[in-house]
Structure formats: C-alpha cells, structure tokens
Write a protein that binds this ligand. Structure first.
Ligand code: S3P
Length: 437
C-alpha cells in the first residue's frame, strides 16, 4: 500500500459530478441477485475492491455473472444469473478483502447453507469484531470458529445448516448486523425479528422488498418470514452519497464554490450529513428525481460559504457514521465548536477513526479534544498542509485529501492511499479534474 496523494490548496470547487455506485447497495445487489430465481441486469455497480470481492465470493458459491460494461476487475454493468437460492460449497476460502459489510452479510447467508465455509480478510478486517454477528447467528443454530490472532476476529469458519428463527435485540445500531440476521432469516422457517436501538441504513430491507421478499418494518422492529423466493429483477445502483460527501463538504466550506452532484442515492437513512451541513449554514438544495429498487435518488446542488460548528445529535450518528471524518474536517474549517459524541462505533471501522481523524487534524494545526466516543473540534483555525497517513483507511485518505484542498497554505501529502480503491476507485481522477478547473 504505497501510493500517495498530494494536494495543494484550491480556492473553489466548481462543476458537475456523478460519483460511482453506492457501496452498500452494490454488496446487497451482488448477494440478492445471486440468490434470485433468474437473471438480473445490475447497472452502475461499484467496481471497487470491496464490492468485487463480494461478487467473486458469490461466484465461488456457484453464481454466474457476465460483465456487460467495464472489465473483470472493474465491472460496472453486470448480468447476474441467480442460483435460485441453491448455493454450492466453495472450493476454498472466500476473501472479503477490506470489507466488513462483505464479510458480515455473507456470513448471514452462509450460516444457513448445508456446507462449511471460511471467510478471510486483509489485516484491517482480521482485526474487526465478528462477535456481533456470531452471537445472533449462533442463536439461530449456526456454528462459528474464529481463527484470527485477535479473539473474535476472522478468519471465520462457518458450519452452516438448518436455522431456527429468532427475535434479537441488537446492542448497536449496525446495518451489517441487522442485514446478517435478515439474510439468515430468509432461510429459517418462521419469522425472524431484529430490534434495532436506533434507525440505521435500511438498504437490505428496501432491496429485499424490491426483490419480492416481504420485510416488515414497524419503527425499529424489522421482521422477515423465511422461505420466501428472491425474485429476479433489474437494478440501477445510484451514486454513493458517502463518496459524494467529500465533494459536498469541500464545496460547502469554500466560499464561491458551486457544485452539482447528479444521480446520487438519497435514501433518508444516509442523508444526515446534509442535515448537519445545512444546520452549519451550508447552502444545499436537494432534488429528488426517481426511485429504483426502493432507493430514492436525485441531484444535490451546493453553493459554498462560511460554516458554523454544530453538535451532531445522537440519533444522527448511525446515519452519517461513514461521514464523520469528512465532517470533522468541515468542523475544523467552520467557526465555533463541532461536537461529535456517541460515536464509539468509529473505533471499530477500517481504522480507529476517532484516533486517525484526531491525529491528522492535529498535524494540520486543528484543535481537537478526543473522547472515547468522539471528539470536539474548535474551528476557525486555518489548516496548514502537512505530511499525513491514511493508516490504510480509504475514508481517512479522502477526507484529508479534501482537508489539503481547503488548507490555507502548504502542500499536503497523504501516504498509503491505495486503499481508496476499496470504495472510490476514480477519486484521484475526480480530484485532478477539480484541481485543473
Ligand atoms: C454498512 C454499514 C455500516 C457502515 C459501512 C457499511 C452497510 O457499518 O459503516 O460502511 O453496508 O451495511 P455498521 O453496520 O458496522 O454500522
């Protein structure tokens, strides 16, 4: 992981941009289309390492697919031939690379299969907690062994089989845990119910419904009846608002900027970033255009200005969890204080994002107080270019590339940026376009 990103300050971010397909939706599209009873044309699939790993895992489990646009390594439009719920034992370990979503969702499916399987991942993923999915899936009847150097971590050996439905109260607001249980519940006779402590991304529920599987949501209680058929359907994946977030913050924080993001996912469980920025004084217009697969999408128009710090509300945290590093950058540039608490989940992401965000902001001259569950940033300081590290975390790499663009002076160099390919393979290209315009 040796690539670096180098950026110099820019005064404005102007233009129009479509970001690549949504990561969460692409993982789920690969899994649901693969389980479906026919062929599904999936367009604008995120051709990032994370999603390609999930697609390849489904192929190892017997799902065939053809790339219609893009390449084998970077598939964009795909025809996925569903296996009608009949997966085959994989010949070898399934490699999820860097992706917690890939590993946890696949574990839900594999828990219900009448064969054994092993999920592996890279060094970062092999240090992330799997106990959170093992507890409910073991209650359903699957058996797990974690073989990692750290207790409770991957490699994850799964002995699947016939499952029984459960009602499970999740201790954390995690869409990955919820999705693992719902996907296992799809194979268990009877009703499986998940109760979540707070709203979080609901792509699994929306996509299951659009693939003909009825999922009932009443407040924070979500139920699925097992044995339903996953009906084949076509899907266009919307742009990923978590990737758009970098440019949205950049344009919103730089007076004189005017940016339009087109064809971006606007699922309300993903748009808390926009609410926070608007509360900070950002000029943002959202235009809903249409829905596909139950997922709304449209256009976001941003006009740059001076922002004011704010407090991120507890209930907003799960709906902007991936955007915290870039929001912290917005907070450092804004006037006043930005408070981010109730976000301890950030400590178990691709890196400990409270630590990596704090370290990098301080290196740029930002004032940050670190807490176990978040940080308070005192804004209004001019950030200075610095030599930073992504620590192998894609969102840290991109958030600090934007911090470098918005710095008042000096060049910023970020080491270890090959990880950007896990979620936004064309980031460097888009960065270059803004730097040249
Ligand atoms: C995701 C859920 C979130 C998020 C991750 C993608 C998903 O993780 O941080 O990037 O696609 O379900 P948690 O479920 O751990 O909160």
């Amino acid at each position: 992981m040796s690539e670096t990103i180098q950026v110099s300050p820019l005064t404005t971010i102007t233009g129009e941009l479509a970001v690549p397909g949504d990561k969460s939706i692409s993982h789920r599209a690969a899994i649901l289309a693969g389980l479906s009873n026919g062929s599904c044309f999936v367009e604008n699939f995120l051709s990032s390492e994370d999603c390609v790993n999930t697609l390849r895992a489904m192929a190892q489990l017997g799902v065939r697919y053809e790339v219609r646009k893009g390449s084998d390594d970077l598939p964009v439009d795909l025809l996925i031939h569903g296996c009608g719920g009949e997966l085959q034992a994989p010949g070898r370990e399934l490699d999820c690379g860097n992706s917690g979503t890939g590993m946890r969702l696949l574990a839900g499916v594999l828990a219900a299969q009448n064969f054994d399987s092993t999920l592996i991942g890279d060094e970062s993923l092999s240090g992330r907690p799997m106990g959170r999915i093992i507890t409910p899936l073991a209650q359903m009847g699957a058996r797990f062994e974690t073989k990692g150097a750290k207790p409770g971590c991957a490699p994850l050996q799964i002995t699947g089989g016939e499952l029984k439905p459960i009602t499970y109260e999740m201790p954390m607001a995690s869409a990955q845990v919820k999705s693992a249980i719902l996907l296992a519940g799809l194979f268990a006779p009877g009703t499986t119910t998940v109760i979540q402590p707070a709203t979080n991304r609901d792509h699994t529920e929306r996509l299951l419904n659009s693939f003909g599987v009825k999922v009932k949501t009443e407040g924070n209680t979500i139920s699925i009846d097992g044995g339903q058929v996953v009906e084949a359907r076509d899907l266009v994946v919307p742009g990923d608002i978590s990737s758009a977030a970098f440019w949205i913050v950049a344009a919103a924080s730089a007076p004189g900027s005017r940016l339009t993001i087109t064809n971006v996912g606007l699922n309300p469980t993903r748009t808390a970033l926009l609410d926070v920025l608007i509360r900070m004084g950002a000029q943002i217009e959202v235009h809903l255009e249409h829905e596909d697969g139950g997922e709304p999408r449209g256009r976001i128009e941003i006009t740059g200005g001076r922002l004011q710090g704010t407090e991120i509300l507890k209930e907003e945290v799960p709906n902007l969890i991936d955007e915290v590093p870039i929001l912290a950058v917005a907070g450092a540039l804004a006037d006043g204080k930005m408070t981010i608490r109730n976000a301890a989940e950030l400590r178990v992401k691709e890196t400990d994002r409270i630590e990596t965000t704090t370290k990098n902001l301080r290196l740029m001259g930002g004032e940050v107080e670190e807490f176990e569950d978040g940080m308070i940033i005192t804004g209004g300081r001019t950030l200075k270019g610095a030599g930073l590290d992504s620590y192998g975390d894609h969102r840290i790499a991109m958030a600090f590339a934007i911090a470098g663009l918005l710095a008042g002076e000096g060049q910023t160099t970020i080491a270890n940026t090959a990880c950007v390919a896990t979620s936004y393979p064309t980031f460097a290209e888009h960065l270059e376009t803004f730097c040249q315009s």
